[in-house]
Structures are given as structure tokens and as C-alpha cells.
Design a protein around this ligand. Structure first.
Ligand code: ADP
Length: 590
């Protein structure tokens, strides 16, 4: 759409000099000329905003010059395009403004040449603005103000009309006035925009200040602003709660009144150092410092600092939080932790002592029980020889005595064993020696031990179960547990009997010992497993016991055999003790 060189002759640019035109004007033309200028000037005086001004000007021009359309296009800011800004007669151009590059189309060419032109036949030109196609003839003049191109003004008629050099001259004269007016209006608009921008900035500033004031006034931390001399410029209401002064009592006074005496020098030096070098001596984002309350006491503060410049002066801000309570709690925690540590140390020492004592006790018991067992074994052995009538039969009157010696020695030996196992368990030294074994055989051995006693009391003693039940476990420990349960059954049963049963149960095996003895009260059922505990009743007085048997049995079952001992009982009817053992298969490779 560039206007090519070939098109150029179609523009008519009359070469008559302005002075000559002026001299040749008729009285009527001069009158018209003056009327146009007057109309333009009036419009310029009456309006200040650009759109109103242009609209008014164009209406008047159109009427005075008897044309169908008068339009103003203004340059974009960087000056490379033109856009319709006002029109009288070509309003549709305003609705869909087209950006016309300077140099293109009729108007673009005039802007580039800065020369007014007459176009006799618009249809011969390619036009950028669709509205122009309605026009037949046009006059186009650049809007120039003090050498600056502001835009283009054009007039046009729907019917063909031959504009003269005088018409064009008149148009340019009017265009010059319009250009001045446009320039002024643009300046006015720009000034107006600047005023508005400043007002908006001021409003934003006021709002920011207001917002800051609200934050500061409602903050629970004390907020200060001081100048380089540490004079308080601002203090928020929270200072009263923290320091005991109202904000107005601090304003204009030195911040040092809130600093403990011993810290004032350091504060002043720190300030001077920063003012001189711009370097900080302490971290600014939360440092713990003491403050001075009005009543003279020190308070623990956590303070964050900031600096800003206003009107060429430097100011500092401080946000102080009272952390007295936190510091107190921290100190308390620290002292508690120290105490705890001391206690732990003490406990460690005591535990070590206790462990040493325990080891000594276990060692002592092991030695002692060995020493006790040796003579007991001798007593038992000789008693058995005598019972068997070796080397010669014991006189009938002495037999009973020999039997009693044997029974007492056996009992004593069992007690020694019990105490030894107990102390080994306590010291964590007891261990099991599992091996392939037959649970039925072990149970029979244990039952055999109480058989003579049962017979003597006239009690039935039965053993039920399979012929054999192989197991991988510790036969000595199992025997120890069963012996204990069976001797209790014998001790606490006066009539009836004791039924022993070996069976497989679920995943494991079970030996149950059911007696028809005195039974155990429900309240005592768990306590009988406590060490040294015996049911306080006349029945237990008749029988001896250490009160260790069941406690040791349960621990052997649980800690060494991986099983458990349970009890069920009905007072007056009898008890059933059960030893549960895991399947305990032989480990692979055994
Ligand atoms: P002790 O050496 O006194 O028998 P145990 O630990 O073996 O100690 O038993 C603790 C207590 O449990 C016994 O004193 C007794 O009161 C009660 N007890 C144990 N077995 C039976 C039972 N079969 N029938 C009734 N009471 C029992």
C-alpha cells in the first residue's frame, strides 16, 4: 500500500507562494478565511481536553468549508504510526481505528512529506482507512507545531470537487492553529496525567503508612524508630507492656533509657560503627539482648534491627520481643536436664554396684550350694545304703529314723537347687541345654519321685498320655518344673488323687497336673507365682516350703524353655497346673 513513485503525480501540490495567495484573495475569500480562523480560535479557547477540542474544531471546519468530512489523525508516541483521534463525518473511522504507518496511504504519505496535498480522485489511490473510500476529493495537511509532526488533518467531499491552491492554503493555516492547540492540549493532558499519578502515589503512600500504623499499633512486639543519635522517633503502644513507658513518654528521648547501664556504651559504639562503616557488629535478624524496664528490672529481649533513609537522614528500626518467660523456661529445662543427667550417672554407678553385688551373690550362692550339696549327697547316699540294709539290715526300730533322714536330705537338696536356680535366673546366668528327649519319660520320672509320698497319704497317682512324645528341649529343666508342681500337688492334697496327663496341644505339648487338694482362692491365683509368696492359711503352716518354687518354675518355663506355666483352681475342690511347651523341633543339622 506504499504510495509508489508512479502514484505521486496524482497528488496535486500547488506551488503558488503563500504571500501571493494572500494578495490574490477576494474580499469574500478573506471574510471566509477570517471566519474560519475565528471559529477555530473560539473552539480552542473554549475547550481544554483534547477529544472535546478536536470534535468541536472539526464540526466547525466542516460547516465553514462546506465539506462532508473533517478528520484528525495523531501520531503514536514514537511517531511511526497514525491513528484517527477525532472526526466529523467519518465517525466509523473512530469505532475501528486503524493504525496507519507513516508513509503509507494518502494520510501516511502526507505525514512523511510534511506537505499539504490535494487529492482530486480518491478512488485512484489505495487507501488504508476504509472510510476514505466514501470520499471522492480530499485535502490533506500535516499538523506541525514548532517543527514537530503531531498528526494529519484531512477534509473530504462525497461529490467530486476541485480544491484550489487557496483552499489548501486556508487548510494549512487552520491546520497550524489546530496543531498548536493539539500540542497544548497534549501538554495539558500529560500534566494532568502526571498530577493524577502523583496523587495516586501519594494516596498509596498514605495507605501504606496507615497500614503500617495499624500493624505497628496492634503488634504485640515493641516497635521503635530512632535516628542516628538514638533519639526515639516512633514507638508503638506495645512498649508500655514490655518497658512500662507509654509511647509518648519515649518519643524525642534517647533509646538508652531502655538499655541497661552496662550495655549503653556498647550500643553507642555499635551505632557509631555502623554509621561510619555500614557494617554490623551483631546479627540484625533476632539477637537476644537485655532491656531495662521502667521499674529498674532487666528483661530478656529478642530484637531485630533495620535501617532506612528518609529525606537524606538515616533511621533505624527495632522490633523487640519479650522473651523473659522463654529464657526462664529454657534455664529451667537446662537445669532439669543437668539434674537428670546427674541422676542417670548416679543410677549407672548404682546399677554397676548392684550388678557387681549381684554377681558376687550369685557366685557365693553357686559356691555355697555346691558346698551344701556335697555333704547332702553323702547323707543321702548313706541313708539309701542303710535303707537297702547294707552292709547289714537296720534293726526294725531304727528303719523309720533312717527313712526320715533320707526324706529330709532330699527335701534339703531340692531347696538348695531351687535357691541356686533362682539366683542364676536373677543374674541372667541360667541357661537351658536342649537335646532330643521324650516328654513322657521325663514326666514319669518326676511322678515317680512323689509316688512313695502319694502312697503314704493314700492318694491315687495316675499318668495318662501316649507311650512317648519326642521333644527337643532341656529334660533337667522340665523335670525341675514338674517336680515342683507335683510336690505342691502332693503337699496340698489330703484325699483323692493326682492325675498327670501328657498330650499334644495345638502347636506344642502340654503336661497337666490335676489334684483334688485344698485349691487356691481366685485372688491368690497370680500371686502364688511371686517369689517367697505363700498363701496365708493354716494349711500352708502344716507344710514346708520356701515360696520360691512356682516363681522359679514359671521363669524356667518362660525364659529357658519358651513355654509357660498356668493354673486353674477351685478352692476346696482342687487345682490344675499346666506346663505348656513349644514344639521345639531339633535344629537343622542336629
Ligand atoms: P512353696 O515352696 O511354699 O510351695 P510355691 O511357690 O511352690 O512355694 O507355692 C506358692 C504357694 O502356692 C504355696 O505356698 C501354696 O499356698 C500355693 N500352692 C501351690 N501349689 C498349690 C496346689 N497344688 N494347691 C494349693 N495351693 C498351692
Amino acid at each position: 500500500m506504499t504510495i509508489q513513485a508512479a502514484d505521486e503525480p496524482r497528488f496535486r501540490v500547488p506551488l503558488t507562494a503563500p504571500d501571493q495567495i494572500l494578495a490574490e484573495l477576494s474580499a469574500e475569500e478573506v471574510r471566509q478565511h477570517l471566519r474560519a480562523l475565528q471559529a477555530v480560535t473560539e473552539a480552542i479557547l473554549a475547550h481544554l481536553t483534547l477529544p472535546e477540542l478536536l470534535r468541536e474544531l472539526l464540526d466547525r471546519l466542516r460547516a465553514i468549508l462546506g465539506v462532508d468530512a473533517a478528520t484528525v489523525l495523531l501520531c503514536s508516541e514514537e511517531g511511526s504510526t497514525l491513528v484517527v483521534r477525532a472526526s466529523s463525518g467519518l465517525e466509523e473511522e473512530l469505532e475501528h481505528p486503524v493504525e496507519i504507518p507513516v508513509g503509507q496511504g494518502i494520510t501516511g504519505a502526507v505525514a512523511a512529506r510534511r506537505q499539504p496535498v490535494i487529492v482530486d480522485d480518491v478512488s485512484r489511490f489505495e487507501t488504508v482507512s476504509p472510510g476514505l473510500q466514501r470520499l471522492s476529493s480530499m485535502m490533506v495537511a500535516p499538523l506541525l507545531a514548532e517543527g514537530d509532526l503531531l498528526g494529519v488533518l484531512h477534509l473530504g467531499t462525497v461529490a467530486p470537487r476541485t480544491f484550489t491552491a487557496r483552499d489548501l492554503y486556508l487548510l494549512q493555516v487552520v491546520a497550524d492553529r489546530v496543531a498548536m492547540a493539539v500540542k497544548n492540549a497534549l501538554l495539558y493532558d500529560r500534566a494532568q496525567e502526571q498530577v493524577q499519578a502523583r496523587e495516586a502515589a501519594e494516596a498509596a503512600h498514605r495507605e501504606a503508612e496507615e497500614r503500617f500504623r495499624i500493624y505497628a499499633e496492634s503488634a504485640s512486639d515493641a516497635i521503635f524508630a530512632i535516628d542516628e543519635e538514638s533519639i526515639v522517633q516512633y514507638a508503638n503502644p506495645a512498649v508500655e507492656r514490655i518497658f512500662g513507658y507509654r509511647p509518648e513518654e519515649l518519643a524525642g528521648r534517647s533509646l538508652s533509657m531502655l538499655i541497661p547501664e552496662r550495655m549503653r556504651e556498647a550500643h553507642q559504639q555499635g551505632m557509631a560503627h555502623f554509621v561510619a562503616t555500614g557494617r554490623r557488629r551483631i546479627p540484625w535478624d533476632g539477637v537476644e539482648l537485655p532491656g531495662l524496664h521502667r521499674d529498674g528490672r532487666e528483661i530478656a529481649l529478642e530484637i531485630s534491627f533495620g535501617a532506612y533513609t528518609r529525606g537524606g537522614r538515616r533511621f533505624f528500626t527495632g522490633i523487640a520481643r519479650d522473651v523473659t518467660e522463654r529464657v526462664r523456661q529454657q534455664e529451667q529445662l537446662e537445669s532439669l536436664a543437668a539434674e537428670l543427667e546427674a541422676t542417670v550417672e548416679e543410677l549407672k554407678v548404682r546399677t554397676a554396684d548392684a550388678e557387681a553385688a549381684n554377681r558376687a551373690k550369685t557366685d557365693f550362692l553357686a559356691v555355697m550350694s555346691h558346698e551344701l550339696r556335697t555333704p547332702l549327697a553323702a547323707i543321702l547316699g548313706y541313708a539309701q545304703l542303710l535303707e537297702m540294709g547294707l552292709p547289714e539290715p537296720v534293726p526294725e526300730g531304727d528303719r523309720k529314723h533312717v527313712e526320715r533322714i533320707g526324706a529330709a536330705a532330699r527335701h534339703q537338696l531340692a531347696l538348695v537347687e531351687e535357691i541356686l536356680t533362682f539366683s542364676q535366673l536373677q543374674a541372667g546366668r541360667a541357661e537351658a541345654r536342649p537335646e532330643p528327649m521324650d516328654l513322657v519319660a521325663v514326666t514319669r520320672e518326676a511322678a515317680d519321685m512323689i509316688a512313695p509320698g502319694a502312697a503314704a497319704k493314700g492318694l491315687m497317682l495316675s499318668l495318662e498320655g501316649p507311650d512317648a512324645l519326642p521333644l527337643f528341649s532341656d529334660p533337667a529343666r522340665i523335670r525341675q518344673v514338674l517336680a515342683n508342681i507335683l510336690s505342691n500337688a502332693l503337699k496340698f492334697t489330703r484325699e483323692g488323687g493326682i492325675r498327670v496327663r501328657v498330650e499334644e496341644a495345638g502347636e506344642g505339648t502340654l503336661v497337666s497336673v490335676e489334684d483334688t487338694g485344698i485349691g487356691i482362692a481366685a485372688d491368690d491365683l497370680e500371686r502364688i507365682f511371686d517369689p517367697f509368696w505363700q498363701v496365708r492359711q493354716s494349711a500352708s503352716r502344716e507344710v514346708e516350703g520356701s515360696g520360691l518354687g512356682l516363681s522359679v518354675s514359671r521363669r524356667i518355663a518362660e525364659e529357658l524353655l519358651g513355654g509357660q506355666v498356668t493354673v486353674e483352681s477351685t478352692p476346696g475342690a482342687g487345682s490344675t497346673f499346666r506346663l505348656h511347651l513349644p514344639a521345639g523341633r531339633a535344629p537343622v543339622g542336629e
